[in-house]
Design a protein around this ligand. Sequence first.
Ligand SMILES: [Zn+2]
Length: 394
Amino acid sequence: MVTGDGTYIKRINRSLILQKIIEYGMISRADLSKITGLNKATISVQVADLLDEELIYETTQEHHSIGRKPIMLSLNQRVGYVLGIDLDYKTITYTLSDLLGNPVLSDTLELTTPDYEVILEFLKAHIKKYQADCTDSRYGLVGVVIGIHGTVSNDETINFVPQHQWHNKTLKTDLEKGVDVNIHIENNANLCAFAERVFNHHDSDHLLCVTMYSGIGLGIIMDGDLIKGVNGYAGEMGHMIIFPDGNPCKCGNKGCWELYASETSLFTSLNKKGHPGITYDQLERFIYEHDSVVCEEMDHFINHLSVGLNNIINLYNPETIVLNSDVLQIYPEAVEAIENNLHSNVSQYHRLEISTFGKKATVMGACALAAKRFLGVPEITLELASERDILNTQ
Ligand SMILES: [Zn+2]
């Protein structure tokens, strides 16, 4: 028999009600009772508390049938704000969003140094600035989540950031000493996977997201939860060896996947083969002009990518695989070529897609995670802004 004290059960009920209000956008007390299985008295008490806290608001829905117009409940999305930060190699992107993940302000700034102390002060100053921007709302800035392009421990210390050569940095606690707001840090591939699930693939409980920029990262969602491993470092698939005795890697091994299938590896090869400094626009043009060198390098890139994907599919049997890459966004035909390489009697997946979010996925996932933490909901599903604008008239 499952038992629990009253406060605990109340908290569980509250989070379930709030989760359903977010999921449905607008919902009546009667429908909440039907969907959650909670009785009407419980719904009524909980809703009264949420209204007092201004976390939700009431509207009267227009309809043409006879009888009372139902009172609908929605999340008060601007009662507080969240800040998502993508701490990348050469840039920092900040996106302030409301509690439904709608971006309000966004900015990308150049990063000219890898020095930890300098970046720490830079982050503190900017978080304070965004906090000051939110003082008109009841709860202000309620949470910050920072995406790290490296390994993050389960206790939220940074284990290693290869591009900055950071080892064992306590960024969360160092920031919280100077800024009065909840701060969390998370690996960027995990945030990209979370963004895909929250904004795009609501029903996919077994989702993999492969980020393919300077290295390759993997965000793993299985049975609806992020899989992180005993230390928090799961998903470092860029360092899966696909060529024994291949090229040497910064990790100390040889022949790692990201040396052959990351965007950096593709551009490095193109630079060596007569296309120094090639841009994404030029790459797109060369692909569609069937430039022989570019087409050959793209074939290698896609084949190497497929080898790693085949291994990952065998490991996880995923429902959805999302590839987050600007190169693949400009060449969506690659999906068919990759799928043709993934014919095996064993490896199974349901769908393979290219992310439409691109590099924004990290801040989108960061904002969604900060909102989820503040609202205390077990799961959060959000609509992309353009779709939701039609639904919300407030
Ligand atoms: Zn490696």
